[in-house]
Ligand binder design. Sequence first.
Ligand code: GTB
Length: 217
Amino acid sequence: MTITLTAFERSPDRGLGLARDTRVRWALEEVGQPYEVRLVSFKAMKEPAHLALHPFGQIPTYEEGELALFETGAIVFHLAQRHPGLLPKDDHARARAITWMFAALNTVEPPILDLVNVKIVEGDKPWAKDRLPLVQERIRNRLNQLAARLGDAEWLDGAFSAGDLMMVSVLLRLRPSGMLDEFPSLAAYVARGEARPAYQRAFAAQWAINAPEPQAS
Ligand code: GTB
């Protein structure tokens, strides 16, 4: 059955792979499932046809026959349950890998999104300069805790899993700020994720759509 994702017609990150379709593409590549992509404009995302798939008018969405999903956590979890490669067979190890997916989305991603909000969305507010260090401190706190747990391990809990896929995807969003480089073990962890052939294919697929046009000289 054909799998179809939606993605930005033109991602505001100009191909850095930070929009959330990349993590779904990565999961699909890890489990070896082919997929198609339907590109949507910001305007189309808020129109009824897309809102029927995504109540909040966002990307990505996932369609597979009669099934339509939104929320990258749910989509990656669906793929990881359906296909081997992203969750361990052992019950406890599987539950722990799922826990890391939730930790990435519920505990690590929110302060990182706050950084984007305070710098970009709320950047012109008079209180933004006071809020910024508070948000940065919250992120550093989380990253210190995460780095302490990772230690010198390759992945968060044994073999690479959907938990790592989600955590690496979330941490990548920090790279433009330079904060990831303050935590060399986490920067190396992210680099290991990016080096996976499945990530490389996912990145290349979104780059083919979003790369900046070459400038005429
Ligand atoms: N919780 C949802 C999920 O995980 O699926 C969040 C989905 C979401 O935020 N989608 C964003 C969206 O559709 C795109 S990824 N935004 C349009 C809107 O809400 O109107 C977020 C994103 C956007 C831009 C960059 N960037 O430029 O670097 C990175 C990530």
